[in-house]
Design a protein around this ligand. Sequence first.
Ligand SMILES: Nc1ncnc2c1ncn2[C@@H]1O[C@H](COP(=O)(O)OP(=O)(O)O)[C@@H](O)[C@H]1O
Ligand SMILES: [Mg+2]
Length: 395
Amino acid sequence: MKISVGVFFGGKSVEHEVSIISAIQAIHAFDRAKYEIVPIYVTKEGDLFVGNDLDKIEEYRDIPALLKKSRRVFLHREKDRSLLVRYPMKRFGGSVCAEIDVAFPITHGTNVEDGALQGYLKTLSVPFVGCDVTASAVGMDKYVMKALCKENGLPVLDCRRVYVKDYYGDRENAVARIESAMPYPVIVKPVNLGSSVGIGRAGDASELREAFEYAFQFTDTALAEPAISRLREINCAVLGDRESATASECEEPINSRAVLSYEDKYMSDGGSAKGMSAAKRKLPADIPPEVRQRVRGLAVETFRLLGCNGIARIDFLMGADSGDIWINEINTIPGSLSFYLWEPLGMSYTRLLDEAIRLAFKRRREESEISYSFDTNILAQFNAGSLKGAKLKGA
Ligand SMILES: Nc1ncnc2c1ncn2[C@@H]1O[C@H](COP(=O)(O)OP(=O)(O)O)[C@@H](O)[C@H]1O
Ligand SMILES: [Mg+2]
């Protein structure tokens, strides 16, 4: 029997479109002798759809028309089966559209990569590929991720976090706080977005205010950190889990501007639907063997520190002159799942997907050994009378 994989993509995220590209690439790379693929498109409103045309990129030029010929469903768990059930349900049976053995989120950004979708799947007990709730949430928040790295002695740039309310409550103070912590130029970015959305660079106080105000159009929490002037960027993916993890080849993305933009990442191929795999890069990165080894080592350490699972990509900043290396961010569901970083090491996209699914089932087996009930018999002590006004110790 084939394993049925529900590929989730889209969702309420600014990276909705990028996710469609990543997911459709993956859908065409699965080993069809082994897997049956159920594409599950999540609209920007969060509605789930299944259908025969959801795996065709050209259909997304007209999403309303695509949805018309697709079927709206909800995910339902019945005993140990994960079912996609037609919504609204038919009155007399026949409402189950598909059944999946495992969910594979190929989603980028808020609500879908940050632990929210993962929490939804976990609540329903649907096994899923990739990072669990905590690793996804920590990985999405650039500030929390850096704090965790710093606590564990991994190299990250010093940074300050600013909440939108505090900023507009006292702009002078917010700017003064950053100025006392770091020299200009400063980079301001939303803590929880990707694809270079909302990022700005400031050389003085007025540009710093502009940068915050720009970032706050997209987020309620921003981060300021020193801008690295002569910057090189190195990315490295990791595949594995807490027990064992391996690093991919390293790439050096090539940017045409000071800040690698959304266009650099996704549109450099004239808008053809190749996602991150079409971005301009040097692969392998042109770095000495000892730098490559350090980057790959740090990538695995970061992956394991966050408790990641499946495929993640860790992005580094490197001072072109100093050679200093800092962990910049982790993408717990990287664009194009970083398949192109494994090919130079002899691992095909098909095998990469296979491994990610194997790791999901491995985690499921390990979780099933954890007990979710704790026999204390506290309910036996209660009667209706004693519940009134009773306080639960430690609750
Ligand atoms: N501290 C920094 N100094 C210089 N450039 C930076 C710095 N942080 C980010 N950038 C530039 O901005 C781009 C996007 O920032 P990043 O932190 O990777 O956010 P995103 O999640 O949007 O990719 C980076 O690829 C890099 O080009
Ligand atoms: Mg980045």
